[in-house]
Write a protein that binds this ligand. Structure first.
Ligand code: GTP
Length: 417
């Protein structure tokens, strides 16, 4: 089989023609059915100064009144002094596909006299969503993981026509590694086409100058020309100059369109010649929603997770696994405990053997001593017996017994016969 012949260790693959319908061509449909059944979760964040048309644009994008008409802002003195984070959730359905959409709003951003730290609560919010996802991933039961991570952040730039403001740059610099940034020029109908073109150029050069990464529609080598052209077309419109309106107005030619009516004419939201709304919708909803979710998971979240674990002092993935996996940790603790028990047992055995050896040596020593004493006594008795035997013989033979000398040299006495 030529497909199994190794080619530098890699089996070469040959194309085979099927002789009939097998059925795996249906895989995309299976994936589609499963995804439709499960539904989708998507979280978009909107950031920008008050009154730039954030709520209107979200309503326009999803063609629903997600944001009810708002009360006018209270006087500056009565407004909260920090950026708030508010989220609205809605289950929307289109052709049987369910989408749980969450929009995170950041009222107060850029509205204070000092906006230096306006980005802080937003970064914290994005990170706490990552935290919550990481915590869910580490649970024993991971069946119901809710993905609340922010998949895209629409950053509204004031249509000043100048260049980016300090607060815009600071926000994007702080956020671009944590969220898919999509910059939009708000209320583009307040600028002429030339002004928009120049403004876009300045914004892009500021973004490039500060090395800010803006989400780009990805293109792959094996993609068809049409898809690549579409991605390039979308990319060429960044930052999107948008117009929002949830009102239907009558165009000069009598058509009913979503747009804004002015004494000089009608600006149509869905007309690509009037603004970039259509391209933004393609980027955010129609073509690249899944890419936004994927990039959030595979790149932004993954980088954040690695950084977080490294900062916690976890060096290797295997260690990470044990740190975050209770089953692995328990297994490791059990192995350590067993090793400790085995060590204790070995030590006890050694002490026991040592004691036994000592006892044996002592016993052997006393046995030897006993034996030596016994031998000594036996020898003494033997000697005594031999002496007595000698004496007896002498007595029997009638010879006088030689008296023993005492220490003074005098004779102790005589044995009379
Ligand atoms: P906050 O909730 O206060 O932050 O405001 P917002 O950014 O959500 O703005 P909102 O959508 O409430 O719009 C503010 C005003 O701007 C409303 O009167 C809208 O009708 C108007 N507006 C919204 N979008 C556009 C637009 O694209 N062009 C113009 N000219 N006006 C717009």
């Amino acid at each position: 089989n030529p497909s199994l012949v190794p080619n530098n260790g890699v089996p070469s693959v040959i194309r085979k023609k099927l002789m009939g319908y097998v059925g795996f061509a249906n895989l995309p449909n299976q994936v589609h059915r499963k995804s439709v059944r499960k539904g989708f979760q998507f979280t978009a964040m909107v950031v920008g100064e008050s009154g730039l048309g954030k709520s209107t644009l979200i309503n326009t994008l999803f063609n629903t009144t997600l944001y009810p008409p708002k009360e006018p802002l209270p006087p500056a003195a009565e407004r909260p002094k920090t950026v708030a984070i508010e989220s609205i959730g809605a289950d929307i359905e289109e052709n049987g596909v369910r989408l749980h959409l969450t929009v995170v709003d950041t009222p107060g951003f850029g509205d204070f006299v000092n906006n230096d730290d306006s980005w802080k609560p937003i970064v914290e919010n994005i990170e706490s969503r990552f935290d919550s996802y990481l915590e869910q991933e580490n649970r024993v039961n991971r069946m119901k993981v809710v993905d609340n991570r922010v998949h895209a952040c629409l950053y509204f730039i004031q249509p000043t026509g100048h260049s980016l403001k300090e607060i815009d740059i600071e926000f994007m610099r702080r956020l671009h590694t944590k969220v898919n940034l999509i910059p939009v020029i708000a209320k583009a109908d307040t600028m002429t086409d030339e002004e928009i073109a120049e403004f876009k150029e300045r914004i892009l050069s500021d973004i490039a100058h500060h090395n800010i990464h803006i989400f780009q529609a990805p293109t792959y080598d094996n993609e068809d020309e049409e898809t690549i052209a579409e991605a390039e077309e979308i990319a060429s419109k960044i930052p999107f100059a948008v117009v929002g309106s949830d009102k239907v107005v009558v165009a000069p030619d009598g058509r009913e369109v979503r747009g804004r009516a002015y004494p000089w004419g009608v600006v149509e939201v869905d007309n690509e010649e009037h603004c970039d709304f259509v391209k933004l919708r393609q980027m955010l909803v129609r073509t690249y929603m899944e890419e936004l979710r994927e990039y959030t998971n595979d790149v932004l979240y993954e980088n954040w997770r690695t950084e977080k674990l490294v900062s916690m002092g976890v060096a290797q993935d295997s260690t990470v696994f044990k740190e975050i996996n209770p089953a692995a940790r328990m297994q490791e603790e059990r192995v350590l405990h067993e090793a400790k028990l085995a060590k204790m047992e070995a030590e006890m055995k050694m002490v026991f053997q040592q004691k036994v050896q000592e006892k044996e040596a002592k016993l052997k020593q006393s046995e030897e001593e006993l034996y030596a004493r016994h031998k000594e006594m036996k020898d003494a008795l033997e000697k005594q017996r031999a002496d007595l035997e000698e004496k007896k013989k002498k007595i029997e033979s009638g010879r006088p017994i030689t008296p023993e000398k005492n220490t003074t040299g005098r004779r102790k006495g005589f044995l009379r016969t």
